[in-house]
Design a protein around this ligand. Structure first.
Ligand SMILES: [Zn+2]
Length: 365
């Protein structure tokens, strides 16, 4: 296992930004925020329980036998409802992210080309997706925002999950985690960087600049996110990934933990447990965005690690519980996961929502 940081040691980074931390740290008292209204299908409802962000247009058509398991998104919600982990009263439906919002991370030229179908074929190949209006719509919903929040009508995001987390302490999306997207191009099945847009948006939209910790436990390095925030002291990027996996050319996160092929549950959990507590204590984020990718699973077609379902559950439970117990809002996205068996994959992705539900109940949120 190797550790990499921008300044060689994380401690030097933390010392350098200590003044910023102390000025901007806000203690969040989530118990005194009133219940909020959210949208389910066409009508407004009060959310009861853990907020779950989902849109039926998270899916779009792909060519036959395409490797990306597009069908997983509605199946995640299906299994959560079927297994009575959640009720439909918990589901929040987003609107399309606006170009204005996406522009806080992505270049105008790229957004213009992407939205209007002007991405050249070579660049489309790099993303792994052929361009279509459907894929644009899907990605913009994934970077969602709800119509209810009139104050923010031009904004979007895994932003919604983050907003709900800031209001309620914890919220989960049924999509998101497209961490390979850069400001000016897409890559590795990622076209818009929802994590970066949410972090940037919620960092900027507060009087004292919120500090955001991105915990990226997808098996692939969050290279796009690391690049976007390489000079940003108020966003800390923490990535645990398999060193030999995609992308070949890694970027530098604030903390990279590169693990060897074949790592199993115990060692993986210990790796996360080694770093998360001191990161929370030292950086003191006002918001955590958690990419709970399930591609470290032993059955995953693109991962190279050997985590079990139980190992993934323990990981998600540990991360969410540790953050919530510190009183820090946390929003989760599902990240990567690859299998031709869509239902097995969807159930695997729903592990994070199951873990979040347990924390929600235990902590009395
Ligand atoms: Zn991945």
């Amino acid at each position: 296992m190797t550790y990499m940081t921008k300044q060689n040691t994380v401690f030097s980074w933390l010392v350098r930004h200590k003044d910023i931390r102390e000025k901007t740290f806000l203690k969040t008292n989530i118990r005194h925020i009133p219940r909020m209204i959210c949208l389910h299908t066409e009508r407004s409802n009060e959310i009861r329980g853990l907020p779950i962000v989902h849109h039926r247009k998270y899916v779009c058509d792909l060519p036959p036998n395409h490797r990306f398991p597009m069908g997983k998104f509605p199946r995640v919600l299906h299994f959560l409802l079927k297994d009575q982990v959640i009720t439909d009263k918990q589901v929040c439906v987003p609107n399309l992210a606006s170009e204005e919002l996406l522009g806080c991370v992505h270049t105008k030229e790229y957004l213009d080309d992407f939205i209007n179908g002007k991405i050249e074929e070579k660049k489309q190949k790099r993303t792994g997706f052929p361009w279509s209006e459907g894929i644009v719509r899907r990605c913009r919903y994934e970077t969602e925002y709800p119509a209810f929040f009139r104050t923010w009508t031009h904004q979007g995001g895994t932003v919604l999950a983050a907003e709900l987390a800031l209001q309620r302490g914890l919220a989960c999306s049924t999509a998101g985690g497209t961490h390979h997207a850069f400001p000016g191009f897409g890559a590795g099945f990622c076209l818009l960087n929802d994590l970066a847009v949410a972090a940037k948006h919620w960092m900027d939209n507060s009087t004292s600049r919120r500090k955001v910790l991105i915990v990226d436990l997808d098996v692939h390095q969050g290279d796009g996110t690391a690049f976007i925030f390489q000079e940003e002291p108020n966003v800390f990027t923490f990535s645990v990934h398999c060193g030999k996996n995609f992308p070949v050319r890694k970027q530098q996160s604030d903390l990279d933990v590169s693990v060897e092929d074949g790592m199993e549950d115990k060692e993986y959990l210990e790796t996360v447990q080694t770093h998360l507590p001191w990161l929370l204590e030292s950086f003191r984020p006002d918001l955590v965005l958690y990419d709970a990718g399930v591609d470290p699973h032993w059955e995953d077609e693109l991962g190279r690690l050997r985590l079990t379902d139980q190992g993934m559950y323990q990981r998600d439970l540990y991360v969410i519980d540790t953050v919530v117990k510190k009183g820090i809002p946390i929003a989760t996205v599902i990240g990567g996961g690859y299998s031709r068996n869509i239902d097995r994959l969807a159930i695997r992705h729903s592990i994070v929502h199951r873990a979040a539900t347990k924390v929600w109940k235990q902590q009395g949120l």
